[in-house]
Design a protein around this ligand. Structure first.
Ligand code: ADP
Ligand code: MG
Length: 322
């Protein structure tokens, strides 16, 4: 099978490439030199790129369907962190060889996540080489309403959109180092393989949150980005960090907390909120978990139940540090 037949069969013909996108301003999808996106007056286009490399971001022999699903979720989560509405994505795929079963399963996984997020496949590139994929996502925003990292103010609440650490808790299972045959392990695995980007929450936070991002590298590491961009300090009360019962069952209280603080791959939103904005959001049914507050100063500070400062074990993942 040649490159063009491969593109046609697995990508151009996939359900996610044929979604109707007119309402989202997609004037032209796959098939020409470029896709064409319209931007309505008073709107901005949000764009983000993520690369996943086999052996670094996912196991080389990972299930291709789960991989497709996860790759799109991870990328789309950046749109959620910005408060953008989903439009679509491009896929630059590098594969070592043409394996029809692998490609069909991968495209199927992409389709599933694309349908659940409302993301259309707009184009891409297909090359031969060590397995990796680069997804670029596009979203729409009312001009000037993006949720930046730089707006947190002393006195704001620090919140997250759900339980943290599940994906990090699943990692030893994904790597085959821990038993995956319990219901709790299955729950953690599903959080690792199909995180659900919090697109609705992100859009609901527009005009309300003062800063936001999606947690991909661990709570402490990502909160440090908000603290630095906003020139404030973030105070996290350790006992208020939400942990799922599945994580507690698999990793224990201390292990679970470390997964939440320093583990990656949550794809849950962290945001700062003026205190008076919280009740309205809760009434609308959005998950708002207050874990601390914003103060003057710099950096991220962790407090134990007695309000004493605790030194975290480690702060998160960084590709170019040990
Ligand atoms: P060009 O040589 O002009 O870059 P390609 O032959 O790479 O075009 O691609 C042809 C069409 O197929 C383009 O519209 C491109 O966006 C699309 N395409 C190529 N690879 C993929 C892919 N992996 N997923 C989705 N669309 C793809
Ligand atoms: Mg090309």
């Amino acid at each position: 099978m040649g490159e063009f037949e491969l593109i046609r069969r697995y990508f151009a013909a996939a359900a996610c490439a044929r979604m109707s996108g007119e309402a989202d301003g997609v004037a032209l999808g796959i098939g020409d030199d470029c896709a064409l996106l319209g931007v309505a007056p008073g709107e901005q286009l949000a764009v983000s790129t993520d690369t996943l490399v086999a052996g670094v971001h996912f196991p080389e022999q990972g299930d291709p369907g789960l991989l497709g699903q996860r790759a799109l979720a991870v990328s789309t989560s950046d749109l959620a962190g910005m408060g953008a509405a989903p439009v679509g994505f491009t896929l630059a795929l590098t594969i070592p060889s043409v394996d029809p079963d692998w490609l069909a399963a991968f495209a199927h996984g992409l389709d599933a996540m694309a349908a659940s997020c409302g993301m259309r496949l707009l184009g891409g590139d297909t090359t031969r080489g060590p397995l990796s994929m680069t997804l670029t996502v596009f979203g729409r925003l009312p001009s000037g309403q993006a949720l930046l990292r730089s707006g947190a103010r002393p006195g704001d609440l620090l919140c997250v959109g759900g339980a943290l650490g599940d994906a990090a808790g699943a990692l030893p299972i994904v790597l085959g180092e821990r038993d995956g045959h319990t219901p709790e392990a299955a729950e953690l695995l599903s959080r690792y393989w199909s995180p659900q980007p919090q697109l609705g929450l992100g859009q609901a936070l527009r005009g309300r949150a003062t800063a936001a991002l999606d947690i991909s590298d661990g709570l402490l590491a990502d909160c440090a980005h908000i603290a630095a961009a906003s020139s404030v300090s973030l105070i996290i009360e350790q006992s208020r960090v939400p942990l799922s019962s599945a994580l507690l069952a698999v990793a224990g209280a201390e292990g679970g907390l470390q997964c939440a603080l320093a583990g990656g791959d949550d794809y849950v939103l962290a945001f700062t909120l003026p205190a008076d904005a919280a009740p309205g959001l809760r009434e609308e049914g959005w998950p708002i978990h207050v874990i601390g507050h914003v103060a003057r100063g710099e950096g991220v500070h962790l407090l134990d139940t007695a309000g004493r400062a605790v030194a975290p074990h480690r702060r998160g993942y960084n590709h170019f540090q040990g």
